[in-house]
Design a protein around this ligand. Structure first.
Ligand SMILES: Nc1ncnc2c1ncn2[C@@H]1O[C@H](COP(=O)(O)OP(=O)(O)OP(=O)(O)O)[C@@H](O)[C@H]1O
Length: 442
């Protein structure tokens, strides 16, 4: 008998996995790039070795998906995520050897996939790049590399040896059409306004559009437009107090105190950005405020890249003190602070996605696997943590926070009520201090 998870697999997979295209025809957009890729595959098939393909494009546009589809045209594929620290040893030991050995009469071509080559891990950078260049030079097998940042220094020596294929963001209309198709398959009735809003907000990142759609559906069969009109105040009371303090006050202490809330700092940035022009009236005030917000955004990016969360503090200073002091004087008027309902909603799902990302990061570090692979272990770990003793041990081993553990544990039906319940085994008793936001300035 199949395990319940496996028999139920389609239902539990994330939608991005469930609807990951397995053929070129299923891919959204990038038709010209796909034609070039097909020619490259054909050349290999005709016995004409080709330079490696370097797929460069923004996150969530289908580079990894394309690499796997290309793999289906060859007899096998070897995939390594270059941002995984262990990759260097593996690159040399596994791929290095496999890529140089291929008998003259052997037409079993293996596709070597090197994902996220611009994300090569910190200190080992040079070794990693050197290893990749060595493989490119010596490989007798086809290679596909993927990267996000066309200007990355790490690509400087790699690029000239590759055939570069630019992968572009999908057009909003194509994203809407794709989301519509998912809704049909999931038997969901979604208001077209919602789908357009999701496509717009995704900025061409199809993965984030699909994730948002899944989060919005939350198991319901209907996604109505009212979600766009939902009031924020009921959902984020602390957040609005913080925004009021930032925009209404010039008292730094007061602003900092109001910012000590249990909320995602990036959400605070988005809400502040949304409300600056509602409060500030002079163009130079608005310009200064946005300047601070964009610097905060850069610091968030840096925090994510380096995993050094000191940058969150700098970001918070720009959002709070920076924006507060951007006004000449405080305005004496009543301002209705708001943001589109969808913004508030997506902000919330983004916070959840951040937790998922952190969880994947912790698993990937302990198990020496990439984050993408780590995410596929969630359903298995979920079954394992149903055992109370295992739950405690795994939680301790992975050093999970309450929120991360909750994600791993997932929701399950109460036998008594049939409703979803959440029980966190091995979780610490609530500790306000520990949960306090990273926005605190100690
Ligand atoms: N062009 C596309 N057509 C159809 N689905 C797509 C496309 N791009 C992304 N997706 C969806 O988004 C998910 C993530 O895509 P993928 O991992 O291939 O993106 P990526 O460009 O490699 O992102 P990253 O740079 O972050 O690794 C896929 O599983 C798929 O569901």
């Amino acid at each position: 008998m199949q395990h319940s998870y496996l028999s139920d697999r389609g239902k539990r997979m994330s939608w991005t996995e469930k609807y990951r295209p397995s053929t070129f025809d299923e891919m959204v957009g990038n038709k010209k790039a796909i034609e070039e890729i097909k020619e490259w595959i054909q050349a290999w098939k005709d016995g004409k070795p080709q330079p490696p393909l370097l797929l460069i494009g923004p996150p969530g546009t289908g580079k990894t998906t394309l690499a796997h589809i290309i793999g289906s045209y060859f007899s096998d594929k070897l995939e390594l995520n270059a941002s995984d620290k262990r990759s260097y040893d593996l690159l040399i030991n596994i791929i290095g050897e496999a890529s140089t050995t291929r008998s003259l009469f052997d037409d079993n071509l293996k596709l070597i996939i090197l994902d996220e080559v611009d994300g090569i891990h910190g200190n080992e950078d040079r070794g990693g790049v050197r290893a990749i260049n060595k493989i490119i030079k010596e490989s007798k097998h086809p290679i596909v590399l993927t990267a996000n940042d066309p200007y990355s220094k790490k690509l400087q020596t790699i690029k000239p040896a590759c055939k570069i294929i630019n992968i572009r963001k999908a057009h909003p209309n194509s994203i809407v059409a794709y989301l519509k198709r998912i809704c049909q398959k999931e038997n969901i009735e979604a208001d077209p306004k919602i789908l357009r809003e999701l496509a717009k907000r995704s900025h061409g990142d199809l993965r984030s559009a699909i994730n948002d759609l899944e989060a919005m559906a939350k198991g319901e069969k209907r996604i109505g437009a009212e979600i766009l009109e939902a009031g924020e105040k009921d959902v984020f009371p602390g957040l609005f107090d913080a925004i009021r303090a930032i925009l209404k006050s010039k008292n730094i202490r007061h602003v900092r105190e109001a910012m000590q809330i249990d909320e995602d700092p990036q959400l605070l940035l988005e809400f502040t950005a949304e409300n600056v022009p509602r409060e500030y009236e002079k163009p130079h005030e608005i310009r200064k405020a946005y300047n601070h917000l964009s610097r905060a955004d850069i610091f968030f990016g840096r925090a994510k890249q380096t995993r050094d969360y000191i940058y969150w503090r700098y970001a918070s200073e720009h959002i709070g003190v920076g924006v507060a002091l951007s006004k000449d004087e405080t305005y004496r008027k009543f301002t209705r602070y708001a943001g589109p309902g969808s913004l508030q909603f997506l902000g919330r799902t983004r916070a959840k996605r951040q937790t998922i990302d952190n969880l994947a990061e912790k698993i990937s570090r302990k198990l020496h696997i990439s984050k993408k692979v780590a995410i596929t272990t969630f359903p298995y770990l979920k079954i394992i943590v149903e055992d109370e003793k295992m739950a405690k041990e795994i939680r301790k081993y992975l050093e999970l926070t309450d929120e991360e553990f909750k994600i791993l544990k997932g929701k399950r039906k109460s036998r008594k009520t049939g409703k979803a319940e959440q029980k966190v085994e091995g979780a610490d008793p609530p500790d306000r201090e520990k949960q306090t936001t990273l926005l605190q300035f100690k």
